[in-house]
Design a protein around this ligand. Structure first.
Ligand SMILES: *[C@@H]1O[C@H](CO)[C@@H](O)[C@H](O)[C@H]1NC(C)=O
Ligand SMILES: *[C@@H]1O[C@H](CO)[C@@H](O)[C@H](O)[C@H]1NC(C)=O
Ligand SMILES: *[C@@H]1O[C@H](CO)[C@@H](O)[C@H](O)[C@H]1NC(C)=O
Length: 287
């Protein structure tokens, strides 16, 4: 429990507030120590949901409440630390008066109650840029400041796609099909169910990391295109934290020229010409 408290506290650098009053020497030190102890004790009561995963575009609740104090609350300040933004973004004052610090980001909606010392926010339309930590700070009199921090991790489901190529029958290894799980966070896993192609083809995996923190995973089936492969089904299984499992299916296509041609005598006056090719062969009769 002690360790948990320490870990939580070290993850919350913004939380330990330095007293702003300029009381001299020893008293200041004692006050600091008292506040540190108080904040340390606080962390023990913090619920375990400090790291919360949110789907891109979804809504999340930023909880913020303080229970069991009869201190007077003068204001609640919300602060965030994301890759691009750092600092106060919203303040709640008596009578549930909400003031945005910079731009008015209406995605943050105050749903708590100032009189109940509840500064909870509803945060909608979450984007990748919103990933980070969110802290609410209570300004209490006479005890000083107390804060609550939680992390928001944004998850992005992959865009999946399976495409097959149409190689011509031959002895060279070529790509037969590619399965893509694009721009997901965390990265998706791509696996194949090769069916009758098992043992005849190999997989080539390619991962690309994007600046926005997402990853594209691409797996290609490579093999020598044989006419027997034509029309055979292969499946691609994409799995990630956001989509449990998605199965895509395609038929392998191989183009090949007509092989043996059979002429069948159907009757005295009709003959049938038969061969196999992909795409379908064109027939020309000569006599
Ligand atoms: C959130 O997204 C929806 C759908 O795109 C949009 O209609 C709504 O206005 C957005 N809300 C805010 C507060 O930006
Ligand atoms: C604070 O407000 C939120 C949102 O209205 C609510 O769900 C929560 O129960 C409140 N907390 C307390 C302690 O009343
Ligand atoms: C992340 O970046 C990739 C590559 O530029 C892009 O395709 C994708 O749409 C981006 N995702 C989000 C959620 O912005």
């Amino acid at each position: 429990m002690e360790r948990l408290g320490v870990t939580a506290a070290s993850r919350r650098p913004k939380e330990i507030t330095t007293p702003v009053c300029s009381v001299a020497g020893l008293f200041n030190v004692i006050l600091k120590m008292f506040l540190l102890t108080a904040s340390h004790l606080e962390t023990k009561h913090v619920k375990a949901d400090h790291r919360v995963e949110v789907l891109l575009g979804a809504t999340t609740i930023l909880p913020c409440e303080i229970i069991g104090t009869s201190d007077r609350l003068s204001q609640i300040t919300w602060q965030r630390t994301t890759k691009q933004k750092d600092g106060h973004f919203l303040t709640i004052r008596p009578n549930n008066e909400v003031k945005y610090s910079n731009e008015e980001d209406l995605r943050f909606e105050f749903i708590g109650n100032f009189d109940e010392k509840n500064g909870t926010l509803k945060f909608s339309n979450v984007t990748l840029k919103d990933e980070g930590s969110y802290t609410c700070i209570f300004s209490l009199l006479p005890s000083g400041k107390q804060s609550r921090t939680s992390q928001r991790v944004v998850l992005v489901p992959p865009n999946t796609n399976l495409m097959s190529y149409t190689p011509i029958e031959g002895n060279e290894e070529v790509p037969l099909a590619t399965c893509t799980a694009a721009a997901s966070k965390p990265k998706a896993e791509v696996k194949w169910i090769k069916g009758s192609l098992e043992g005849k083809v190999r997989e080539e995996l390619n991962e690309t990391q994007h600046a926005n923190g997402t990853t594209t995973t691409r797996s290609t089936l490579i093999g020598k295109p044989e006419r027997e492969m034509n029309g055979q089904s292969v499946k691609c299984v994409v799995s990630s934290e956001t989509i449990k499992e998605e199965i895509l299916e395609t038929n392998i296509q191989v183009h090949y020229s007509p092989g043996k041609v059979n002429i069948i005598e159907k009757s005295k006056v009709s003959y049938e010409c038969e061969t196999e090719a992909n795409p379908i062969a064109t027939f020309t009769w000569k006599r």
